[in-house]
Design a protein around this ligand. Structure first.
Ligand code: S3P
Length: 163
């Protein structure tokens, strides 16, 4: 089975959904950010602060391509979709499942999260602008799942049924 790539904006629930989906499908799950943290032995915040976003994006693409592409669920960082190269890789090697959540939900989850350099201290409007600049890339997916007002069981069931 081809890989399942979970995409979506920060705070959309990729990690939580990925773990539950993996457990139910009896598949391993790997997270691009967590693998980068392990490889570089540094937090995402420190990488952004010390090496910058450009460097992080290079590492992110490298990591995406290093991960297995069969029988696996890959949860991705919210910005993975901004590079055409990454989108092409995910399309070629798997199914892209995008998780969508309302901006208010996203804002509540991420605005005071110090571990997310592109979200902490951003106003709701700034977050919205960032989301809007990526929206067409997120929507370029195999499956778009609306997550608002649904519990995790329902979300996972919907992914399994619609894939
Ligand atoms: C980012 C999202 C983060 C992380 C990094 C950049 C983004 O992942 O990769 O802070 O550009 O949206 P999450 O979506 O898991 O927060």
């Amino acid at each position: 089975m081809k890989a399942i790539y979970l995409t979506g904006f920060m705070g959309a629930g990729k990690t939580t959904v990925g773990e539950k989906l993996a457990a139910e499908m009896n598949l391993p799950v790997l997270d691009t950010d967590q693998e980068i943290i392990k490889k570089l032995n540094k937090s995402i915040k420190d990488i952004f602060e010390q090496q910058g976003e450009h460097y992080f994006r290079l590492e992110e693409t490298k990591m995406l391509k290093e991960l297995p592409t069969e029988n696996i669920i890959v949860t991705t960082g919210g910005g993975i979709v901004i590079k055409e190269e990454n989108r092409a890789w995910m399309k070629e090697h798997g199914h892209i499942v995008m998780l969508h959540a309302d901006l208010n939900t996203i804002y509540d989850r991420v605005h005071s999260d110090q571990t997310r350099p592109l979200a902490s201290k951003k106003s709701k409007d700034e977050l919205y602008q960032l989301y809007k600049s990526r929206e067409s890339f997120y929507k370029d997916c195999s499956l778009l799942i609306e997550t608002d007002h649904k519990n995790i069981e329902v979300i996972v069931k919907e992914i399994k049924e619609r894939l």
